[in-house]
Ligand binder design. Structure first.
Ligand code: HEC
Length: 151
């Protein structure tokens, strides 16, 4: 039986051992641009982020069960119209770059478009495509920025 153990050890080393090596080969350098936000601003932004993610789950559930009213309602709640009067930390807007605003604006606009398509009973595949296009902005922004907490 012993001859079977060596390959297992090799595999385990490849999976876990390599990470423990001091050369740090497994650690990718974080090349995202840090953006400075206070703890209040950061808490606000991250709460909005979590809302986006949980709405995507509800939208996908709605698409999967063909409940377009749920899709329309949930998407609209994350859209530009519904959030136009959202109370934001007053200091936040001036800190946001044009690129940030553009990507976030595209997310809001994308959810409005999903709400309109669901209300118009567009095919689920089309709405899923709009959601994918919208989520490219999530990915792009996450690849670009990280939040650095400041006072
Ligand atoms: C304009 C930029 C931007 C856009 C657009 C954006 N995000 Fe984020 N998001 C961030 C940043 C920055 C962080 C914090 C990352 C860090 O500091 O490591 C974050 C964090 C998050 C988190 C973690 C929340 C937590 O509590 O830690 C979630 C979840 C998230 N985003 C979901 C989304 C989803 C879903 C979308 C698209 C529908 C989206 N985000 C679009 C910038 C963005």
């Amino acid at each position: 039986m012993r001859y079977r153990i060596a390959p297992i050890i090799v595999v385990l080393w490849a999976l876990f051992g390599a990470d423990a090596s001091p050369s740090g080969a497994g650690e990718a350098a974080d090349s995202r641009e840090p953006v400075q936000r206070t703890d209040t601003e950061k808490a606000f932004v991250l709460e909005q982020m979590r809302l986006l993610l949980s709405s995507i789950v509800v939208i996908e559930e709605g698409l999967g069960s063909n409940d377009m009213d749920v899709v329309a309602r949930e998407a609209a709640a994350r859209g530009r119209k519904a959030n136009a009067t959202l109370a934001r930390p007053a200091t936040l807007s001036a800190k946001e770059s044009e690129a940030w605003k553009s990507m976030f604006g595209s997310v809001r606009g994308g959810f409005d478009q999903i709400a309109e398509q669901a209300a118009a009973r567009a095919p689920a595949a089309q709405i899923n495509k709009t959601l994918a296009d919208t989520m490219r902005n999530c990915v792009a922004c996450h690849q670009t920025y990280r939040i650095e907490e400041t006072r």
